[in-house]
Design a protein around this ligand. Structure first.
Ligand SMILES: Nc1ncnc2c1ncn2[C@@H]1O[C@H](COP(=O)(O)OP(=O)(O)OP(=O)(O)O)[C@@H](O)[C@H]1O
Ligand SMILES: [Mg+2]
Length: 371
């Protein structure tokens, strides 16, 4: 069993708390993604799990063993780091075979595993070359192939596809995910690409300023962000946010009433009349009409982007700009009015000062409103 437990990990560099009290459990065989903006502490956390940089505080367990103070080689892991260190004096084949040779695996098995990893990464024709004779993206694939061929029970990867072009990246991420699933490898994968995270992760830990804001499966993160930062970081376009004014157990955009679910009404009552609340809703979760309706807000269209599968409208609500996705058959033009419906079950509500969701993603109340 190679489950990983991180308890209250802290790592500081001078005054920077790069990892600020992070606790995470990664189940055996799970594919977990660490996602967050540049400088949020992803690499620092991964290095701590690998044993390349010790934590100042906290504990790291791999397969029930406390590895907090063990060197990397005693942790039973394989890794690919952002700066992919491959040996320049070894041909690609020997680079990929390196770990297996160290483990004294027999030649025939090595050959099988090296060939399979090279095929997966589409570098089988480079096996006889030296790294200097390859492009950056090809070298990066050698590093990934080497980590995979080793078949450790835990694989740590830091932006392993960052140097590949978009198409190859798309292909690699699907193949990598399938292979690691089949091998039953416990994987921690770092990226700042939210699409990559959504497509690969069984669960995603969204990190900001050294702290985990939310740790959930992709669909929960997307549908029920625990924090407005998560909603704004995940999805393309990101979740829309605008202000509404609390009155009683309702909230209003000027005089237009939004319809909160009963669970949200109970939360809104904790605010004072006149308080501002942050409303979040995804582009595809609103409905646009060409004619007025009592339950729809009149909004002026600023931009229309015909994107093929959808028409993306840019609208202004108060001082906020939002994006609304319509069917490609929906016709409107900049300067025209449309009427927008906000389905109760699709609205997400956040405290404006803390950014926290009024309903917790794991609360039974949220379960109740998931359609
Ligand atoms: N060796 C170091 N000395 C001092 N500060 C460091 C060191 N390593 C990292 N930091 C700081 O710690 C913070 C987290 O850095 P880290 O490399 O973990 O970020 P990251 O999330 O991996 O970012 P990126 O997506 O850009 O790779 C940053 O503020 C960084 O400047
Ligand atoms: Mg990094």
């Amino acid at each position: 069993m190679a489950d990983i437990v991180i308890e209250n990990a802290v790592k500081t560099f001078g005054s920077v708390r790069a990892v600020d009290n992070i606790s995470l459990t990664i189940k055996d065989g799970e594919f977990v993604v660490l996602l967050g903006p540049s400088g949020c502490g992803k690499t620092t956390l991964l290095r701590a799990i690998a044993g390349l940089g010790m934590v100042d505080n906290g504990r790291i367990m791999i397969g029930k063993k406390d590895v907090t103070y063990l060197p990397p080689k005693s942790r039973g892991i394989s890794m690919v780091f952002q700066s992919y260190a491959i040996f320049p004096h070894m041909k690609v084949y020997d680079n990929i075979a390196f770990g297996l040779k160290m483990k004294r695996v027999d030649k025939e098995t090595i050959h099988k595993k090296v060939t399979r990893a090279a095929e997966l990464l589409h570098i089988e024709s480079f096996l006889d070359r030296y790294p200097a004779q390859m492009s950056g993206g090809q070298r990066q694939r050698v590093a990934v192939a080497r980590a995979i061929a080793y078949e450790a029970s835990v694989l740590l990867m830091d932006e392993p596809l960052s140097n590949l072009d978009a198409l190859l990246r798309l292909e690699m991420r699907a193949e990598l995910k399938t292979l690691l699933n089949n091998l039953g490898t416990t994987t921690i994968y770092v990226t700042h690409d939210q699409i990559e995270a959504l497509s690969m992760g069984d669960r995603i830990a969204v990190i900001r300023d050294g702290s985990v804001l939310q740790y959930d499966p992709p669909t929960t993160l997307y549908d029920h962000p625990a924090d407005s930062f998560v909603g704004g970081f995940i999805g393309n376009p990101p979740m829309n946010f605008f202000d509404a004014t609390v009155r009683g157990d309702r909230a209003y955009i000027d005089e237009f009433p939004l319809q909160p679910t009963p669970e949200v009404q109970a939360e809104l009552q904790k605010y004072n009349d006149g308080d501002t609340i942050l409303v979040g809703i995804r582009a595809e979760n609103m409905e646009a009409l060409n004619t007025p309706a009592d339950d729809a807000l009149k909004v002026n269209v600023q931009v229309v982007e015909p994107l093929g599968a959808q028409n993306l409208l840019t609208l202004r609500i108060g001082s906020d700009v939002i994006k609304l996705s319509t069917h490609p058959d929906f016709h409107t033009s900049p300067g025209e009015d449309v009427w927008v419906r906000f389905p109760s079950k699709r609205i997400r509500w956040f405290d404006r000062s803390t950014g926290k969701s009024l309903l917790r993603a794991d609360s039974p109340q949220v379960e109740a409103v998931v359609q």
